[in-house]
Design a protein around this ligand. Structure first.
Ligand code: 26V
Length: 796
């Protein structure tokens, strides 16, 4: 059906009528989207079946990537490109008078993630399939993804997201493969053939129903699977109120990451984690057993990867199944488990490290808790042998201590590989956060620097740049992104550099149009587009960016001869709904935007834009349009970052701290092609350990700082009624935990370098070209090859 335009058009029109029950002229973009989606799904269905057949018959080792988040975004455009049918489809539709862009816009983003961690999982799926590797995702089919953000009078307001409202063409419900998940109840012991055994009784059961989504690789025939679990009432409910039971059950897959400030929210989140793990393991083991029989050699046929600690209950759950259902003894089960499970850590922020209170964990998951207790006891005994008498150390390393279960400790003890996501982050894990564990298990620890799929973030998001690259260096880079290095040969070629400039301008025009439509503000595509898009968090220091803008504005007002190359500062950020302080920063960005954009004296030079509801689909219009990439976290805090790589690949220059993968970006492009500033990780960590930082000193000694800080509280922003006092206090009274004032002067200086560098157009373009040329290393294909070879031991 996709072999030529004529056949495609015919099939499309027939299917459209059949599916929508409308004539062509009555049909809408959504009808077109559903039609095209269903044709694509049908087109790949035999490959999907054959891939599964092949995996079964060859007994090839499979990887299962367990993740509480998969931030997929839209699938249609990517699937068409990966199948190599985008051109036929686009042209065919055009002949029917349909613009494919409108069809793509009809697809809702699958926003089943908060940010970096969830998007990484989505990039990994694309790379696994494109490298022909047998790797599958296991997740939760949340009814509502990450909230929709509206900005009302400068404040963030959240609305429930509704991606499934119009159905989902990509999923197939597999009710015959449902699994039962048990909560609450008690554990009963009994003897069987002379052995002490345990069983979970009086449990409340819920049903997990899988929805399969095909994961289509670029130019390959294999189609992998993302299996998302939906929580539904079991046909055999517990003896409780049926309505209450239904409501509680459905809540398990209703929302991504429910608020866990209260115990109710905590229970729900732990339920989600066990739900994902238990359903996925039942399915993985059922498949494995159907081809291999016994589970003794599970680790030779299956690798289970846990994306952060959220799925770490895979450790005790696998133990439970192997012992209680398969009859293995502890030792044998532990060998199999710890050879099967591997773990990635994504943050060292202590507030993000999961700890579950026993009073919540034990009643909800009584048998799992027993197993965790046993893991803890055996682990502590081992430690006692290694460090006799060192109570302090053992207490610090225990899986259960002071009334909580430490999920990161369980992950390290229960897995064979622990990796960080950038060189610096992995070193910090080994030398600081997980030092004690590194001493016991030096061989478990390794680094896998993150990556992004160049297919979505370059080939699809920036077809203008992709075409220029292919014309210049051929299309090898699509298959082997390291070939982008070829581009270096053109660094002094004025024709190529000017074409690169034209591409950038054309992408800035596209974004400018979107901004105009959304905000009514006209931005100049010839200004520098300086962009910070990411979750709003104090450590990411959007505040440093805004304070710098306030300073630029002040200087212009004080001194009319002070000018610079016009700059458009663009922000996109969602704050966690309960994160009071982060919401104040969003309000501040919007207040500054209002002031600056409405001032005729400055608005030729300075514009500030807050893009509402930042998400994957909008990101695809933002990265290609950026000149400057803001990666300004407090050094040591950003584990890796992946937005930094998306900007780089689209030719933006980074202004950043030596944090996360910024360091590796700098090593790749060279000092002249990046703007770094600020404290180093060592210095930050030294301050944390030894004190010695007094933010007041910076306030008193730097007039630029005192002026902007006073403006937060002196009525400079009318009608903000004390909104920014919390920011003022955190910087001064609470001594500025993220070193915003400490790095301010150095950030201003780096921004001046950016401005100066932009004046020399060909030099800037050369830097931009070199960033693109070196971005191949940051393709998730490289990352996935490393995971496949060194951790999972899988082949295509
Ligand atoms: C979670 C939370 C939750 C509670 C309060 C504060 C807080 C702060 C941070 C987080 C992040 C959790 C894990 C995460 O998303 N890490 C991100 O993973 C990306 C992919 O590896 C990486 O690029 C980012 O640097 C890292 O922050």
């Amino acid at each position: 059906m996709f072999t030529n335009k004529e056949t495609f058009k015919k099939v499309f029109c027939n299917r459209l009528e059949m599916l929508s029950g409308k004539s062509f002229s009555e049909s809408t973009s959504r009808d077109h989207y559903n039609t095209l989606g269903s044709l694509v799904r049908e087109y790949i269905s035999s490959n999907w079946i054959q891939t599964n057949e092949k995996y079964r018959s060859s007994k090839q080792k499979q990887v299962y990537y367990l993740s509480i988040e998969f931030l997929l975004g839209r699938l249609l455009g990517n699937n068409l490109i990966n199948l190599g049918i985008n051109q036929i489809v686009e042209e065919g539709l055009l002949e029917l008078g349909i613009d494919i862009k409108n069809i793509e816009e009809a697809e809702a983003d699958a926003g089943l993630g908060n940010g970096g961690l969830g998007r990484l999982a989505a990039c990994f799926l694309d790379s696994l399939a494109s490298l022909n590797l047998p790797g599958h995702g296991c997740g939760i089919r949340y009814k509502h993804g990450l909230f929709d953000q509206k900005i009302i009078e400068g404040y963030q307001v959240e609305y429930p997201e509704q991606w499934l409202r119009h159905g989902n063409v990509w999923e197939i419900r597999k009710s015959d493969q449902a699994a039962e998940i048990s909560f609450w109840g008690e554990v009963e012991s009994f003897y069987h053939e002379g052995k002490l055994k345990f069983r979970h009784v009086n449990a409340e059961k819920i049903t997990a129903v899988p929805y399969d989504i095909p994961v289509i690789g670029y130019g390959t025939e294999s189609v992998n699977t993302l299996q998302l679990w939906n929580a539904e009432p079991s046909p055999f409910p517990h003896n409780k109120n049926i309505l209450e039971y239904k409501r509680e059950t459905e809540a398990v897959s209703e929302f991504l990451y429910p608020d866990d400030t209260h115990d109710d929210g905590k229970i729900l989140r732990l339920k989600q984690q066990y739900f994902l793990v238990s359903a996925s393991l039942q399915s993985i083991l059922r498949n494995y057993k159907s081809t291999h029989g016994s589970l003794e050699d599970l680790h030779n046929g299956v690798a289970i990867h846990i994306n952060d600690t959220h799925p770490v209950l895979a450790v005790p759950e696998l133990m439970r199944i192997l012992m209680d259902e398969e009859g293995m003894g502890w030792y044998e089960a532990w060998q199999v488990t710890t050879k099967t499970i591997s773990y990635t850590n994504h943050t060292t922020l202590s507030e993000a490290l999961e700890k579950w209170p026993i009073y919540i964990f034990k009643p909800l998951l009584p048998r799992i808790f027993m197993i965790v207790e046993e893991i803890n006891e055996r682990f502590c005994k081992e430690l006692w042998k290694l460090y006799p008498g060192d109570w302090n150390r053992i207490e610090n390393m225990a899986v259960i201590a002071h009334g909580v279960v430490k999920m990161a400790h369980l992950a390290i003890v229960g897995s064979y590989s622990v990796n960080g996501v950038a060189k610096l982050h992995s070193e910090i894990l080994k030398k600081r956060e997980m030092k004690l564990f590194y001493e016991v298990y030096p061989d478990k620890f390794n680094n896998k620097t993150n990556g992004i799929t160049h297919r979505r973030w370059l080939l699809k998001a920036n077809p203008q740049l992709a075409a220029l690259l292919t014309e210049t260096i051929g299309n090898d880079w699509i298959y082997e992104p390291k070939s982008l290095l070829e581009l270096k040969n053109y660094r002094y070629d004025p024709t190529i550099l000017e074409r690169l400039y034209d591409v950038k301008i054309s992408r800035k025009e596209i974004l400018a149009k979107r901004i105009l439509a959304q905000t009514g503000i006209k931005v100049d595509p010839y200004s520098i587009f300086d962009v910070q898009v990411k979750r709003l968090h104090e450590y990411k220091r959007q505040l440093l960016n805004v304070l710098h803008i306030m300073y630029l504005y002040n200087r212009m007002k004080e001194d009319s001869s002070f000018t610079f190359h016009p700059r458009t500062f663009i922000f996109g950020a969602k704050a966690s709904p309960g994160y009071y302080y982060a919401k104040k920063i969003i309000k501040l960005i919007n207040s500054v935007a209002e002031k600056v954009n409405s001032d005729k004296q400055t608005s030729e030079f300075l514009k500030v834009i807050f893009i509402e509801n930042y998400r994957v689909s909008i990101a695809e219009d933002i990265f290609p349009a950026a000149d400057v990439s803001e990666q300004i976290s407090t050094a040591s805090k950003e584990a890796s970052g992946t937005g930094n790589m998306k900007f780089m690949m689209n030719g933006a220059l980074t202004i950043g701290t030596l944090d996360g993968a910024n360091i590796e970006i700098k090593d790749a492009v060279g000092d002249e092609n990046i703007f770094t500033f600020g404290l180093k990780a060592e210095e930050v960590l030294h301050y944390y350990q030894n004190g010695g930082y007094y933010s007041n000193e910076y306030y008193y000694h730097d007039k630029r700082i005192s002026k902007v800080l006073e403006q937060l509280i002196n009525g400079h922003f009318p009608e903000t009624e004390g909104d920014f006092e919390a920011i003022y206090d955190s910087l001064l009274t609470q001594n500025d935990q993220y070193f915003v004032l400490r790095d301010f002067a150095s950030y201003v200086a780096a921004q001046e370098q950016v401005n100066d560098a932009y004046q020399d157009r060909s030099k800037w373009l050369e830097k931009s070209l070199l960033n693109i040329a070196h971005s191949g290393y940051f393709s998730s294909d490289r990352t996935i090859r490393e995971y496949a070879k060194h951790i999972w031991k899988i082949d295509s």
